[in-house]
Design a protein around this ligand. Structure first.
Ligand code: FMN
Length: 203
């Protein structure tokens, strides 16, 4: 199959893109509104950008009426977030927080998730999430015809559940991180294999 992008509708381009870019990590993002209402929602247009300092990118599309989603409005208003990595055990809860709820609804309560106070930022973190990254807004841009709101978030603190640690790092076999595929499909990133990289050239 060969596809000329200029022939695709926005919906067809979206479906093709999310079926090709797989698996995508999922940012499960906690934010606070200017009025102090907690919000939680997943985003798979998400990735690492730099590690010094650690910066991640989250891209938030618009609602059908063109308005900003709560996560984007909250980030622009309060400039802080906690990005969690969802695992297999919390997959259904994560998906339940993608509901299009009005801004006054707290999705932690909706999904029955307990909150824990963060250390560096005001938004709470999910009490039993395996990995949480406390973040401050580094940069925002609008991109594309949607447009989408692209956020660069600087990580100021990591929380990793002790049970996941092998040699001081989260182990994929313990973490069971989930990735988003096309449509409504997901994968569990604990099915791994290892390959050695080519040696570095001698100088
Ligand atoms: C696994 C998953 C990944 C998602 N990824 C994105 C994404 O990358 N960008 C986006 O705009 N919406 C994404 N969504 C949809 C949002 O979660 C949804 O629009 C949500 O209602 C936004 O909530 P908010 O208004 O509280 O920010 C995703 C949903 C799921 C279930």
């Amino acid at each position: 199959m060969q596809v000329d992008v200029s022939t695709l509708s926005p919906t067809a381009a979206y479906r093709l893109m999310i079926a090709c870019l797989v698996p995508r990590p999922i940012a499960w993002v906690s934010t606070l509104s200017a009025d102090g209402v907690a919000n939680l929602a997943p985003f798979s247009f998400f990735g690492g950008v730099t590690s010094d300092p650690p910066i991640v990118m989250v891209s938030v599309g618009r609602r059908r009426d063109g308005s900003r989603k709560d996560t984007a409005a909250n980030l622009l208003a309060t400039r802080e977030a906690v990005v969690h990595i969802p695992d297999r055990e919390r997959a259904a809860a994560m998906v339940s927080t993608s509901v299009e709820a009005p801004p006054e609804v707290d999705e932690f309560e909706l999904a029955g998730l307990a909150k824990l106070a963060s250390v560096h930022v005001k938004p709470a973190r999910i009490a039993d999430a395996p990995i949480a990254m406390e973040c401050e807004l580094e940069r925002h841009d609008e991109l594309g015809r949607g447009p989408v709101d692209m956020f660069l978030l600087r990580v100021v603190g990591f929380h990793v559940a002790d049970l996941l640690l092998v040699d001081g790092l989260p182990d994929p076999a313990c973490l069971h991180a989930i990735g988003r595929l096309g449509g409504e499909h997901y994968c569990d990133a604990s099915a791994t294999f290892s390959l050695q990289r080519p040696p570095r050239p001698a100088r």
